[in-house]
Design a protein around this ligand. Structure first.
Ligand SMILES: O=C(O)CCC(=O)C(=O)O
Ligand SMILES: [Fe+2]
Length: 258
């Protein structure tokens, strides 16, 4: 039997249930202090970027692939508990795909409903996107909600909304105005997102999710997002993201000695 170093029996039982019936699962990962350090590092990268090319970047535009410019972020990307969780859920070896620092400042609009598998183009359960909460997330500050059980659907048709596309700011073009169309008469339940700072949500490739605007007048919502692909799976590199397989085991060895 495979030995698990980082996931307890209880965690694995919960994950098995969530992967079958829900389409996402949540794990405890970091302390508040560890998250504060990660926030400081992402802020350093974001401010450096904005200062270098002020005409190009909006203040809180996502930081693409921050692991390429920071050892601390690269270390977090290869966190052994996350690697073990992705292997467990996708039942095999994995490769790293992408990282983002994602910000939703107060007043910012939400993301249209979508399946991540549509963008990455891989098969069912061949990619997991993780969202590490860098603040407390709840419906007031625009947390991610999910349609429970919708990961059992195929990739759904997409609908364009030209008016909503106009609300996209900066370089980020696919955030709003393209949403997937749920089957008529469906009865999937929309489950609001609640994450505590330091928890990480793992999203199935096919689960339908989105987010509402950040209506909170004081609180930001920050996320560290990563993607992990099942080894050997096909994927779209993406015009904007320029995804390429990353040897996550080499990074784990380098940063964690495992
Ligand atoms: O954080 C958000 O609002 C959207 C994130 C998302 O779509 C994802 O993690 O796949
Ligand atoms: Fe998504």
């Amino acid at each position: 039997m495979k030995k698990y170093k980082h996931l307890s029996v209880e965690e694995r039982q919960q994950m098995t249930f969530d992967w079958r019936y829900r389409g996402w699962t949540v794990l405890e990962l970091l302390t508040e202090q560890e998250v504060d350090e990660l926030n400081a590092e992402l802020d350093r990268l974001r401010l450096e970027r904005n200062e270098a090319e002020p005409e190009k970047w909006q203040e809180f535009e996502p930081i693409m692939h921050p692991h390429k410019s920071s050892e601390k972020i690269e270390k977090m990307f290869s966190h052994p508990k996350i690697v073990e969780a992705c292997e467990f859920l996708m039942e095999g070896d994995i490769v790293g795909m992408q990282t983002w620092g994602y910000y939703k400042p107060k007043g910012e609009l939400g993301r249209d409903q979508h399946q991540n598998g549509f963008y990455t183009g891989c098969g069912h359960n061949e990619i997991i996107n993780t969202a590490l909460a860098l603040d407390n997330h709840d419906p007031d500050n625009g947390a991610v909600w999910n349609y429970e059980g919708s990961h059992r659907l195929p990739i759904l048709p997409m609908e364009d909304n030209e008016e909503r596309k106009k609300t996209n700011t900066g370089n980020w073009r696919s955030e709003r105005g393209i949403s997937c169309v749920m089957p008529e008469g469906h009865d999937f339940k929309k489950i609001e997102g609640y994450l505590r700072k330091g928890q990480v949500a793992l999203l199935h490739s096919h689960v339908v999710h989105g987010s509402e605007p950040n209506r909170d007048t004081t609180r930001m919502r920050r996320n560290f997002l990563c993607g992990y692909l099942k080894q050997g799976a096909n994927f779209h590199p993406g015009n904007q993201m320029k995804r390429e397989p990353i040897d996550i085991y080499k990074l784990r060895e380098k940063h964690w000695g495992e």
